[in-house]
Design a protein. Structure first.
Length: 350
């Protein structure tokens, strides 16, 4: 199984704290292709990795403020009459995060390093660099009259990560080798040290075979006998935008996992790999759906094709139907999460 835990976020520019219009703000850099407008008027916290200098050398700590420390206020409609006509937010000019409501509380010597250092209880001058991201402090909710919809940030793709981890940790030992890979940086193309378009998984599989006393031929034979499931969210048929789907391939929430297909192999699915996964669904007594994009709407892609090509392993692309992909909050069916976890357990036992 391959999947990824990253989502579109706003990354803090560490040295950007400045006074503006009587307040104090910081600038951001957009990570991935998020829906910018959904970040406004939210209570935002900050978390990430802090690289520090210690007596034993360079080390890392994680920080999470776990409380609302900033917001990006919208401009009143009275000052922006066209906001409901498709206003485009400029990431440099319109997405600065408000941290202080009174710039008199910020002197020229206060930096983000001071704020983070205080939170961690360390000296600011020991901080070498930081990778910090803003996130919506509001927790998840079950919504709907029957509470059958999950609404929370970063469902794409933490939901798949949770399903795969849950299935893997509860699975009985089998004769084969079960693998779950959590790649990073899918949202920005995967071509990083930790991404799917790297040598990471190849190296891990090589080392597994080598540790078991296998040679190159054993490695190649093992891959030929293997099967890869690439799990990522799928676009649900939207009740307010029904024309965005081919009516014959319009996935619905709470109707089971979605097998994603593309003639141009934006997804790695073939008829054979689709058949393998559909058979798993039937064995697990889980409903399934198929998705093919409208012919006039280009398909997105996943880590499936690059993983399949790099590893030489037959692959299927699947996911759960969801709304508002890449919004600060996304939603999907409650049943689908259980369905996906169940079929993944069946996969690991096969």
């Amino acid at each position: 199984m391959t999947h990824f835990p990253d989502s579109p976020l706003l990354k803090l520019k560490n040295d950007s704290l400045s006074k503006s219009a009587g307040c104090a703000t910081v600038n951001i850099e957009a990570y991935g292709g998020g829906i910018s407008s959904t970040w406004l008027d939210r209570d935002l916290s900050l978390a990430g990795r802090v690289t520090i200098n210690t007596e034993n050398g360079v080390d890392s700590q994680f920080v999470d403020f776990k409380r609302a420390i900033g917001t990006i206020p919208n401009l009143s409609i009275h000052l922006n009459r066209d906001v409901n006509k498709g206003f485009e937010y400029n990431k440099q000019n319109h997405l600065s995060v408000l941290l202080f409501g009174n710039d008199e509380d910020v002197n020229d010597k206060i930096t983000i390093y001071d704020i983070v250092g205080k939170e961690l209880g360390i000296k600011p001058d020991t901080i070498l660099d930081m990778d910090l991201y803003f996130y919506d402090i509001q927790g998840g909710e079950l919504v709907g009259v029957n509470r059958d919809i999950i609404s929370v940030g970063r469902l794409d793709n933490l939901a798949m990560c949770h399903s795969i981890y849950s299935a893997l940790k509860t699975n009985a030992v089998t004769q084969g080798t079960n693998v779950g890979v959590f790649f990073d940086n899918e949202e920005i193309g995967s071509r990083t040290l930790m991404g799917a378009d790297s040598n990471y998984l190849n190296a891990i599989l090589d080392r597994i075979v080598h540790s078991l006393g296998g040679n190159l031929e054993d490695n190649l034979r093992a891959r030929h006998k293997s099967f890869l499931v690439s799990a990522d969210g799928a676009h649900a048929h939207h009740p307010n935008f029904k024309d965005k789907h081919d009516s014959s391939y319009a996935p619905l929430i709470n109707r089971g996992p979605v097998v994603k297909m593309s003639a141009n192999f934006r997804y790695a699915t073939t008829s054979e790999s689709a058949g393998f996964f559909i058979n798993l669904c039937k064995k697990a007594e889980v409903p399934f759906q198929k998705m093919v994009n409208r012919s006039d709407i280009p398909s997105g892609s996943t880590i499936g094709p690059m993983s399949s090509a790099s590893l030489g392993i037959e692959t299927v692309d699947v996911g759960n139907a969801m709304f508002a992909m890449h919004s600060i909050r996304e939603s999907q069916g409650v049943k689908d999460h259980f369905y996906m976890t169940k079929v993944i357990k069946e996969f690991y036992q096969s």
